[in-house]
Design a protein around this ligand. Structure first.
Ligand SMILES: C[S@@+](CC[C@H](N)C(=O)[O-])C[C@H]1O[C@@H](n2cnc3c(N)ncnc32)[C@H](O)[C@@H]1O
Length: 291
């Protein structure tokens, strides 16, 4: 795959989200785009109840594949970040432009992240963004890239290309009027949008086995079951769901079509399918091998 000079346009997926997200789903963009078209939803709304880095949502938005997108995350800091992007993009770009990339600033941003009022979306949103771009693997409880004494091969600024990040913010801001940002429980978001025929819901909840270490608020089994009851009860809605490929998914969604896939798909290597996609009954997915 190739990128253009701005680093934004990939052969297969536009890289628009300013957040690094472990297990991020921007590579599902081509698949989601076909599903949107096949189901006649190009004038509809695309909803991510567990948005995180919202890689796929941002790709669909800026390339005009859907009319509007809804991004929801229960994590107040992630919500604050998206609200900042949509409501105060110029302020965010200014903050990125003048950000100091050093361990002392990293410590200061970590403090803001831990102590800022949850509704102070400007400071909290910027702090989570700063940590996301300067932490190892983008994981919020990881230390800074290069370590506290900056002795590693890569330094704290390795993933903080100011120009490229400001460009991503600018692109999203052009489409801000078509974005709704929410801070609800994902299940309530599914309830709210599942009655609307002009909606595609893509749920990517925290995984069964990987979740604990990756995200701030991981899911307990009760959450996974509650999500399954919710999705299984809205069979007429058009939704899809991705999970890690564990037996519990087949149990919870035994009556739905399921298909294993790998995010690390390579044309040259055989890669073990580590993820599973589940489809609602009314979703048309003609190129699927789902059973
Ligand atoms: C697997 S990640 C989503 C990754 C995303 N698809 C991407 O491409 O970046 C799951 C997200 O769900 C959020 N989350 C956890 N519990 C939630 C809940 N009950 N309701 C909504 N979001 C929740 C986490 O904060 C995390 O950002």
């Amino acid at each position: 795959m190739k990128t253009d000079a701005s680093g934004l346009v990939h052969h297969k997926k536009p890289l628009i989200s300013p957040l690094r997200y472990p297990g991020g789903k921007s590579s599902l963009y081509p698949r989601l785009r076909s599903i949107v078209r096949e189901n006649g939803l190009t004038s509809g709304t695309y909803v991510e109840p567990y948005a995180g880095g919202a890689g796929a949502a941002m790709g669909l938005l800026v390339t005009g594949q859907v009319d509007s997108v809804v991004i929801n995350d229960f994590d107040p800091a992630i919500y604050a970040f998206w609200k900042l992007v949509v409501q105060a993009p110029d302020e965010l770009s200014r903050m990125i432009g003048s950000a100091e990339l050093s361990v002392s600033e990293w410590i200061r941003q970590k403090e803001i992240y831990l102590t800022a009022e949850r509704d102070n979306y400007i400071d909290l949103g910027f702090a989570v963004f700063y940590l996301n771009r300067t932490n190892r693997s983008g994981v919020l409880n990881g230390g800074p890239i290069g370590g506290m004494n900056q002795s590693g091969n890569y330094k704290i600024d390795a993933r903080f290309n100011k120009e490229a990040l400001i460009e991503r913010i600018r692109l999203i801001a052009l489409h801000a009027s078509r974005v709704t940002v929410l801070n609800m429980d994902g299940i309530d978001v599914i309830d709210r949008y599942s009655k609307d025929r002009e909606v595609l819901i893509y749920a990517d909840p925290p995984y069964f086995e990987k979740a604990g270490s990756l995200y701030l608020n991981s899911f307990a089994d009760a959450h996974h079951s509650a999500l399954a009851s919710c999705l299984n009860s809205v069979k007429k809605a058009r939704w899809l769901l991705t999970y890690d490929n564990v037996p519990r998914v087949a149990e919870l969604y035994s009556k739905r079509r399921r298909e294993v896939f790998s995010l690390n798909y390579s044309a040259h290597r055989v890669v073990k399918a580590t993820e599973v996609m589940v489809y609602s009954d009314s979703l048309l997915v003609s190129d699927s091998k789902a059973s």
